[in-house]
Design a binder for this molecule. Structure first.
Ligand code: AN7
Length: 351
């Protein structure tokens, strides 16, 4: 037992994961994240809403579920170095788990396009951080080529162990809530929606489709490759985590949406920021803008009649708001500057 007191997800779900007693468990206490009922936000949307707070993972995003698996298997295979391309969260997670395992870590990011907190995480944890003059898709192409020609393990979600770890979020939802009508989640590369579908299928043994939730994949208008059914050559969105134009898991992601009788929806940056603020104001939950895409997508699906009033919906809030404080500050809520007197505060606070 590496972590007395907290069962890391490899220990909690060992029987459903490709690990053996020979696998060193590289863990920081990931998984077992809160599933919080959101009655005020739910009332606004007309659904029975629950939020899965993946920002509560050790580095503040769902990537830790996959990374504990990918790095543990890399350590088992005696790898000395790992590499990834990232819009930010994968790099923060890879840097953390690599540091914990004593592995060298190289991350390649689109320069100027990742949130401050994510960059700071990769830096402080000692990763070699390479910012390129290009997009995430360019970065991924380069690291794939390097991993083919050098002794370095790729830990992007092309790494099969990543999805195995990430599927455990679906197990937790079924154990705590049963099977909801819908699960909505932001989609970039399509890895997480693929992992969730696998997880729900493994969690629910009966072959009846009604035993599994419908999956709603939510994208930003400016990078909605799944919705459009084609690559987006120059993706752009305020939701930088999902600023991805060529989803590497597109085939599996499309199958997950189709087989679950769900679908994909695209929302504007304005909608993303509106719901980003509503989630915080109505529920006290601070997620990053990309994560709010899931709630914005539910609002769209409600307006279209795809999601029916009163249905039970879980929105997966994939990353913590503190990753990207700039986006919250940019919304410009007032900070009142006052002299340091009781009278001044009294006048403002009690009108
Ligand atoms: C907060 O970190 O791709 O559809 O390089 O950070 O599995 O890609 C991040 C993706 C959703 C999309 N929410 O998941 C990266 C990266 C947040 C994210 C996604 C990401 P996928």
């Amino acid at each position: 037992m590496t972590h007395p007191g907290t069962a890391c997800l490899i220990d909690r779900y060992r029987h459903r994961l490709p690990v053996t007693t020979a696998t060193p468990v590289i863990a920081l206490g990931e998984g077992s994240t809160p599933l919080v009922q959101a009655p005020r936000l739910g009332a606004e949307l007309g659904v029975d809403l629950w939020l899965k707070l993946e920002g509560a993972n050790p580095t503040g995003s769902f990537k830790d579920r996959g990374m504990t698996m990918a790095i543990s298997k890399a350590a088992e295979d005696r790898a000395e170095a790992v590499i990834c391309a990232s819009t930010g969260n994968t790099s923060a997670s890879a840097a953390a788990y690599a540091a914990h395992a004593g592995l060298r870590c190289v991350v390649v990011i689109p320069g100027g396009k990742i949130a401050l907190g994510k960059l700071a995480q990769a830096q402080i944890m000692g990763a070699v951080v390479c910012a390129i003059d290009g997009s995430f898709d360019d970065a991924l192409r380069i690291v794939r080529e390097l991993a083919e020609t050098h002794p370095i393990t790729l830990v992007n979600n092309l790494n099969p162990y990543r999805l195995e770890g990430q599927k455990t979020a679906a197990f937790e939802i079924v154990e705590e809530l049963g099977v909801p009508d819908w699960v909505a989640l932001p989609v970039g590369n399509g890895g997480n929606i693929t992992a969730f579908w696998r997880g729900f299928n493994e969690a629910v043994t009966a072959g009846d489709a009604s035993d599994r939730p419908r999956l709603l994949g939510c994208q930003a208008d400016g990078s909605a490759a799944m919705v459009r059914g084609e690559d987006v050559l120059e993706p752009e969105t305020v939701a930088t985590a999902i600023r991805i134009g060529r989803p590497v898991r597109r085939v599996e992601a499309a199958a997950a949406a189709r087989e679950s009788e769900g679908g994909f929806v695209a929302v504007s940056d304005d909608e993303i920021l509106r719901w980003y603020e509503r989630i915080a104001r109505l529920e006290g939950v601070f997620c990053e803008p990309s994560s709010a895409t899931s709630v914005a997508g539910v609002a769209r699906a409600r307006a279209a009649g795809t999601i029916v009033e009163g249905e039970r919906v879980v929105c997966v809030l994939t990353g913590h708001g503190l990753k990207d404080p700039g986006s919250a500050s940019a919304l410009g809520a007032e900070v009142i500057t006052l002299p340091a007197t009781r009278h001044a505060i009294e006048q403002i606070a009690f009108g």
